[in-house]
Design a protein around this ligand. Structure first.
Ligand SMILES: Nc1ncnc2c1ncn2[C@@H]1O[C@H](COP(=O)(O)OP(=O)(O)OP(=O)(O)O)[C@@H](O)[C@H]1O
Ligand SMILES: [Mg+2]
Length: 460
């Protein structure tokens, strides 16, 4: 399903209040991927994505937009933090790993799709194997194979005594009965013995050699498959065998090729905290490593080829979205070459009282809704009056302007403080209880918060 920009914005609206400019920019960038895919190849190759930088204060929705976006798109998507590449303490930590992670994400998507496609076949095959076991017949889904048959023809097997008509029908009805019971689920708890592929054993993994070669995987791919016997319930057997049958039906080479293609053509890499890799001073210690990270990221964003265990992957057409608060640095403090690769810079705005009122109640995962469902587990029916929300929002704005501006994160700490008593006592009140939080309740319970933060001077 490909969403139009309007549809993408509408979906984001369900979770993020305001920040229209940023929502539009990412929506257009996404749609442009789709548009580009419709073009003939010669033109397509000329069109590179317009990467985006989202800039705005703390707690206004940058990371939240990325998180929601990732759930919306069917495209391979990864979110990384630029700072993670400096933590190790030396210049140039393997930033290429972001591309490898993207390919893994892509593999996952394609595999799921293919699994889904072969599901009916896998289910049927698994069912046949379970019936075989329950009927006490030998497995018929693994016919005897003889590697020399092609050369010398099938050897003559001793003739089995011919089955009588009666025996055949008896066997058939037995299978039918089992099949019926199986489908009705009445056998689900019976224990049976199944043979499964034993994937454990060889676990040599050589990390950090760039291409991410997994020797264990290669070696085990060359060895004959080992099997082991397990006792499981029929219900478990069904799951295990379905998985096994599905993977037999998958063409891994084909999946790899498609996954690499999608990562290259549709992949989105979200680089959070990009401002944290800007050097502040004059190039010593951590600053050197920060600049180093920018220098390492540059070729990836510019377009290069990264080796992965699924083969070489080109980054030229991937979409990069970077985000940062840029408190202590400006976008123009990024390396010029890197800036040039992010032609679209969108501003996210500071949030105010009106936004806070909406954030408290409107998003599908709004914090008040979260508390309502949590407390409903203890039989408490919690509601907030409009005035209560106004009071919280008003207080949040004041607290942000007097203390540190932490954006919408402030709401979490306030609501936490307001509901502290209720959260603590909920289990001990006889349910069902209707609790209404009004403005007075909020004010009363914020006193504790003010005291804790030493904000007695605050008048609410
Ligand atoms: N515009 C918004 N609408 C709804 N919720 C928001 C909005 N902005 C922030 N929030 C909420 O506040 C919290 C913090 O937001 P988020 O993680 O997006 O901040 P950020 O902009 O990435 O800040 P930072 O620069 O500190 O990383 C999230 O839990 C999110 O739900
Ligand atoms: Mg963030």
């Amino acid at each position: 399903m490909e969403l139009t920009p309007l549809e993408i914005v509408r979906e984001l609206d369900k979770y993020i209040i305001g920040q229209e400019e940023a929502k539009k920019a990412v929506a257009v960038a996404l749609r442009n991927r789709y548009r580009r895919n419709k073009l003939p190849e010669e033109i397509r190759d000329e069109i590179t994505p317009k990467n985006i930088i989202m800039q705005g204060p703390t707690g206004v929705g940058k990371t939240e937009i990325a998180r929601r976006l990732s759930r919306l798109v069917s495209a391979p998507f990864v979110k990384v933090e630029a700072t993670k590449y400096t933590e190790v303490g030396y210049v140039g930590r393997d930033v290429e790993s972001m591309v490898r992670d993207l390919v893994e994400a892509s593999i996952h998507i394609v595999k799921e799709e293919r699994m889904e496609a072969v599901k009916p076949q896998a289910e049927a095959a698994a069912e046949r194997r379970i019936i075989d076991i329950l009927a006490g017949e030998k497995k018929h889904d693994q016919p005897m194979s003889n590697p020399f048959a092609a050369l010398f023809g099938q050897p003559k097997l001793p003739e089995a005594p011919a089955e009588t008509e009666e025996e055949r029908t008896e066997k058939l009805t037995k299978r039918e009965k089992i099949e019926k019971a199986l489908r009705a689920g009445t056998l689900d708890r019976n224990t049976i013995q199944i043979e499964v592929e034993d994937s454990g054993g060889i676990g040599i993994e050589i990390a950090g050699i760039g291409a991410d070669l997994n020797i264990g995987e290669i070696v085990s791919g060359m060895m004959p498959k080992k099997t082991k016997t397990r006792n499981v319930t029929v219900a478990e057997a069904r799951k295990i065998l379905e998985q096994e049958e599905a993977s037999k039906l998958l063409d891994m080479d084909d999946i790899n090729t498609e996954a690499v293609r999608r990562a290259e053509q549709e992949g989105i890499i979200f680089i959070d905290e990009i401002d944290k890799v800007i050097a502040r001073g004059s190039g010593h210690g951590p600053d050197v490593s920060r600049e180093g990270v920018q220098r390492d990221i540059l070729p990836i964003v510019e377009g290069s080829t990264v080796n992965t265990k699924y083969g070489p992957v080109k980054t030229d057409y991937m979409l990069f979205i970077a985000a940062g608060a840029f408190h202590n640095a400006k976008v123009s403090d990024l390396m010029p070459e890197l800036q040039g690769r992010f032609p679209i810079v969108v501003e996210l705005k500071s949030l105010h009282k009106d936004d806070f009122v909406k954030i408290l109640s409107q998003p599908e995962n709004a914090i008040t809704k979260q508390y309502q469902s949590l407390l409903s587990a203890d039989g408490i029916n919690l509601t907030f009056t409009d005035q209560a929300l106004e009071t919280v929002a008003d207080f949040a704005e004041k607290a942000n302007s007097t203390m540190e501006n932490i954006g919408a994160r402030r709401l979490h700490t306030i609501i936490e403080a307001v509901l502290d008593d209720i959260s603590f006592n909920a289990g001990d009140i006889d349910p069902p209880v209707d609790l209404v939080i009004d403005a007075d309740y909020v004010k009363e319970h914020l006193k504790g918060y003010l005291k804790e933060k030493d904000l007695k001077r605050f008048i609410i």
